[in-house]
Ligand binder design. Structure first.
Ligand code: XMP
Length: 319
């Protein structure tokens, strides 16, 4: 019988046969696929697995702590957290071009991951959360390596000199199967059913130059939006929802005085394949509540707008 429990058992056996007593490293992003691989490999290999979690400083509200709580504290997985926010901010300083920002983030991510991998000199295997659709996608690409560091699939891949063999236990599975597996392996459903988040993170949701101050404001606004979506039972009805930081100032009135602060755009879409999308027709009352909360609770934001653009012609992300 082909049940999830069977698929898990089968995967565990295969991984054990594949890697034997060797040590394995895994880049943990907090996304669904790498999280499920971490849970699966932890069950299969225990202490032989070491995860590297690069905190870029471009993650969502408390995301880094949540990843550590789930895997390190809760499940007892060995996780090395690299706090690299400063390095990312420094590398991004002065850059406003979206594609260049993506390249900087992707390159630095690989560089940092590689540094950590070098330190784990005993590791012989690199685990990846490649799933079946990634395999199909990269089959068409020239290098066939498009799936390498897949959360940053705009990046070429890992350095050639990193002589690690690949272990990809999700290669034959579709996303929904991976999700079911994750829940069965004991991951929190909220983590497994979380909306997708781009590899470059808030780096492409802060328009133009990325600054620490902007990232802080955006994190707070995004958190309020997501929290209210959950509270109003709307999170699972949207495919992807997030806040975008606009580095323009607009005039407002606060109490007795005028203010001149930044703008937050809210984006929520419904889609099956993310190739086309319709903007989510969220209730006006809901948008009103979110807007009020953001403006009242976050000093530095004086205006909230809602994105009513479909894809095409607009993309889901703003950069
Ligand atoms: P767009 O903006 O192209 O987004 O309509 C489609 C989906 O892809 C995600 N996305 C990315 N994911 N690296 C990623 O890993 C990226 O550079 C990137 N850009 C967009 C986006 O969040 C949406 O789910």
């Amino acid at each position: 019988l082909w049940t999830t429990a069977n698929i898990i058992e089968d995967s565990i056996q295969r991984v054990r046969e594949q890697v034997g007593q060797d040590e394995v490293i895994l880049g943990l992003s907090g996304g669904v696929d790498s999280s499920v691989v971490a849970a699966l490999l932890h069950r299969a290999l225990g202490e032989q697995l070491t995860c590297v979690f690069v905190d870029t400083g471009l993650l969502r509200h408390q995301e880094g702590d949540q990843v550590m709580a789930t895997f390190a504290q809760h499940m007892g997985v060995k996780v090395i957290r690299v706090n690299a926010a400063e390095r990312f901010l420094t590398a991004l300083a002065g850059e406003t071009d979206p594609e260049k920002k993506r390249k900087i983030i992707g390159r630095l991510f690989v560089e940092i991951f590689d540094e950590e991998a070098q330190k784990l000199s005993k590791a012989k295997w690199l685990a990846q959360g490649t799933i079946y659709p990634d395999v199909i996608e990269s089959a068409g690409s020239k290098t066939g390596k498009a799936h390498v560091i897949k959360s940053h699939h705009n990046v070429g891949g890992l350095p050639e000199n990193m002589q690690l063999k690949l272990v990809e236990p999700l290669r034959e599975l579709f996303k929904d199967e991976v999700r079911v597996m994750g829940v069965e392996l004991g991951l929190p459903p909220a983590m497994v059913y979380r909306h997708p988040f781009p590899g470059p993170g808030l780096g492409v949701r802060i328009l133009g130059e990325v600054k620490q101050e902007f990232a802080e404001l955006l994190r707070l606004a995004d958190h309020i939006f997501i929290q209210e979506l959950y509270r109003h039972d709307l999170y699972d009805k949207t495919s992807q929802a997030f806040a975008v930081f606009l580095p323009v100032k607009s005039v407002g009135v606060m109490g007795d005085g005028r203010c001149y602060d930044y703008v937050i755009a809210l984006r929520a879409v419904e889609t099956i394949d993310f190739m086309t999308a319709r903007w989510a027709h969220l209730p006006y009352e809901f948008l009103d509540l979110v807007s009020r909360r953001i403006i009242n609770e976050i000093k530095g934001i004086s205006r909230v707008v809602y994105d009513v653009s479909g894809k095409p012609p607009a993309t889901i992300e703003w950069e």
